[in-house]
Design a protein around this ligand. Structure first.
Ligand code: CTP
Length: 394
């Protein structure tokens, strides 16, 4: 688990402004960032790998064929908290917009979903060409921060918009990009995701349709905003998530135990897991034969949120309710009964929401306020829930 996010990949494109990025690298380091430089092969015509190695104090590779045993395009992508690509040439921007992966840098960009900033530098006629304009708008639509190049004198006698911005301006934009995502530094967030399975015998279980997508979205959003994140995953097919420690559990009792251990040290609990309300009274050690499989005697599972409530002090607790009728009344009832700070309720009748990337519903706050959540991605809702949780945390 990373407490602070400071691993930066500095991508260098093949433009004359590459030499100015030596200063950018220094200033990033001054701001506390740990920088790995990944030049494109053509940029080495302007500044060689030795310069980047010496300044960063780290090995420099440009192709996936180097240090193959490290699987650099994945290991570096996992390690990175941010990307800054400066200078970015028209060709590099085109390759990024097309989603190509023909050198180490473009592989890394594809393999990582952390915030990324691009600092273009090129001749004004290339910057204003319709292809570059379209590529830049594609990248912006995908969430890249693309700086506007400065207007002024270029390397030759021409002038216009295309100059590499001053280092201070780049650093300012970079810090505002990282700052925007860092409002949860120092905050510990626990997220539960998935659906518990209550074993009937070694083969069968009582389960539910929760996919875990919403919980994963919250964990990812919290990690990218700087929180220490612990994901308690019930039957979710996920091994790693950058910046998130994961505990796998199968049933409600195990989820409760994992939470009893960690809840007191957290600031925000987002309880998006669907917990089975009941479990078989006994778990058969052998597979039950068809002829004997006629009824299952159930006993109630512990109510995890209600149990944790007894030890709650500063924690902000976010509950979820998946309902098929009387949505708001049930949500309000659960909010009070489980002493929640807010609850997100959605209508799951007809199989809606489960397993999908989108959601729609209502956030109900402790003070009774209702925040409608129109149809949107689970990622967007994740940030919205964290915004409200942070507000309540003060
Ligand atoms: N929850 C919990 N422990 C349980 C059941 C649910 O902590 N045994 C949590 C869920 O993770 C969710 C919230 O409580 O955040 C509401 O879940 P839901 O299943 O809708 O609540 P129930 O109390 O089980 O209500 P219902 O009678 O509608 O099943």
């Amino acid at each position: 688990m990373k407490a602070t996010k400071r691993e930066v990949i500095l991508g260098i494109g093949g433009g004359i402004a590459a030499y100015k990025s030596a200063d950018l690298l220094r200033r990033l380091q001054d701001n506390g960032y740990l920088v790995t430089v990944v030049p494109t092969p053509s940029s080495l015509n302007f500044v060689g790998a030795a310069t980047w190695q010496a300044l960063s104090g780290r090995p420099v590779t440009t192709q996936v064929w180097e240090k193959v045993e490290d699987v650099r395009h994945i290991s570096l992508a996992k390690q990175a908290d941010y990307f800054i690509i400066a200078p970015a040439t028209a060709d590099l921007i085109a390759r990024l917009a097309a989603g190509r992966a023909d050198d180490l840098l473009t592989n890394l960009v594809l393999a990582s979903d952390v915030p990324k900033m691009i600092v273009p530098a090129m001749h004004p006629s290339m910057w204003l060409d319709a292809a570059t304009v379209a590529n830049v708008s594609t990248l912006r639509a995908r969430g890249f921060i693309v700086m506007e190049p400065e207007v002024g004198r270029l390397t030759g006698s021409d002038s216009g918009q295309g100059r590499f911005p001053e280092t201070a301006a780049i650093i300012k934009s970079f810090l505002s990009m990282t700052g925007r995502h860092q409002d949860l530094i120092g905050t510990t967030v626990i997220v539960t995701a998935g659906g518990t399975r209550e074993a009937i015998d070694p083969v069968r279980f009582i389960g539910n349709r929760s996919s875990g997508k919403q919980g994963i979205a919250v964990a990812k959003a919290a990690a990218s905003r700087g929180a220490d994140v612990h994901l308690i995953a019930a039957n979710v097919d996920i091994d790693t998530l950058p910046g998130v420690s994961i505990t796998h559990v199968e049933n409600a009792q195990q989820m409760l135990e994992a939470l009893l251990e960690s809840f007191k040290d957290c600031d925000i609990l987002v309880m998006s897991a669907a917990v089975a309300d009941a479990r078989p009274k006994t778990r058969a050690l052998e597979k039950i034969k068809k002829a004997m499989f006629t009824s299952i005697e159930l006993e109630e599972n512990p109510d995890i949120l209600a149990t944790l409530n007894a030890t709650k002090d500063r924690q902000i607790v976010v509950g979820f309710a998946a309902e098929t009728s009387e949505l708001l009344a049930s949500a309000q009832n659960k909010l009070v009964k489980k002493a929640l700070d807010m609850i997100y309720v959605n209508d799951v009748s007809g199989g809606a929401i489960f397993g999908h990337d989108e959601t729609a519903g209502t956030i109900v706050l402790r003070n009774g306020d209702l925040i409608p959540v129109p149809h949107q991605s689970k990622d967007t809702l994740a940030d919205l829930l964290l915004d409200y949780a942070l507000k309540q945390l003060g």
